[in-house]
Design a protein around this ligand. Structure first.
Ligand code: MF3
Ligand code: CO
Length: 289
């Protein structure tokens, strides 16, 4: 009789208990069924994870190219054109284009200075002293990847630097705690703590999100204090994308385009985003190059 620690019958060279051991498969399927039923969260299969990782790697690559191209004198419409080209060359689609209602008009979000998120590319050239978030979400082979980061143009103010640094610190401090069993709400607790230490506020109007088979899946991942007590489990893929403000947390959505959110006080805002996979032992940042 085959024992738990014997090589699996399928020839994988793995131990039976790590491979086709019946209880393990059933446990995994039970958990996936439970997460879908209780929280509408899709736990991804290894095959789906491969596809999502490919989409994430492409998003990270396109984001990197756009950040390198974002220089003084370049317009965000020119960055959008480059984004169109890079998506096309890779055989991918840009998830933002035509998304939502009214349909988002461009392939990337470019959120400048006091714009919190969902900035629409335009014909205004970047200038010294600007801080810009570029957000890339792509669809490759039916799978989704989503990431964003800040670029700074020339010399920026101490206040702008403080918000950009705080945003980076918030995202990475919240990623470092991730592993199975951690509750969703602990992510917001870390972000709020780090932002406060740096004299910044956390936007509560927009959230991170499950991602992978669709652009926005369950669960919501708030960046501020919240009560979502769902434990993280392996196979979850979601974004963390804190928006951090220099002063007040409140934002106002543009009346004419209904997308762009600006800080209520006109002070700077920054954002950074990664797509994360929860693994058996911790996490993997899928949008790291
Ligand atoms: N990372 C952003 C999000 O998840 C990207 C927004 S694209 C837009 O919401 F089309 F919705 F604006
Ligand atoms: Co996102």
């Amino acid at each position: 009789m085959i024992g738990r620690n014997d090589p699996c019958w399928c020839g994988s060279q793995k131990k039976w208990k790590k491979c086709h051991w019946p209880d393990k498969g059933t446990e995994k399927e039970d958990l996936a069924a439970k997460y879908l039923r209780d929280y509408e969260i899709i736990l991804k299969t290894p095959e789906q994870i491969e596809g999502i990782e490919r989409a994430c790697q492409l998003a990270a690559h396109i984001l990197n190219e756009l950040c390198l191209a974002a220089k003084e004198g370049v317009t965000t419409n020119e960055l959008d054109l480059l984004s169109q080209k890079l998506h096309k060359e890779a055989g991918a689609l840009a998830a933002p284009l035509g998304y939502g209602s009214p349909p988002f008009p461009k392939t990337i979000c470019t959120s400048l200075n006091e714009v919190i998120c969902h900035g629409i590319p335009n014909d205004i050239p970047l200038k010294e002293g600007d801080i810009l978030n570029i957000d890339v979400s792509c669809i490759l082979g039916g799978y989704f990847g989503d990431c964003s980061r800040m670029v700074t143009i020339g010399k920026i103010s101490a206040e702008q630097q403080r918000v950009c640094d705080a945003t980076h610190a918030c995202l990475h401090a919240s990623i470092e705690i991730l592993k199975p069993g951690v509750l969703i709400k602990e992510i917001g607790d870390v972000i709020e703590r780090v932002a406060k230490e740096r004299g910044c506020s956390v936007v509560d109007q927009f959230v991170g999100h499950g991602v992978g088979l669709a652009f926005h899946e369950a669960p919501q991942v708030p960046h501020c204090h919240n009560r979502i007590s769902i434990p993280l489990v392996p196979g979850m893929t979601f974004t963390i994308e804190p928006m951090i403000n220099a002063c007040v947390r409140e934002g106002v959505i543009d009346k004419s385009n209904q997308w762009e959110a600006r800080t209520k006080d006109g002070k700077p805002s920054a954002q950074e985003e990664h797509t994360i996979l929860i693994t058996d032992s911790g996490y993997k940042i899928l949008t790291n190059l």
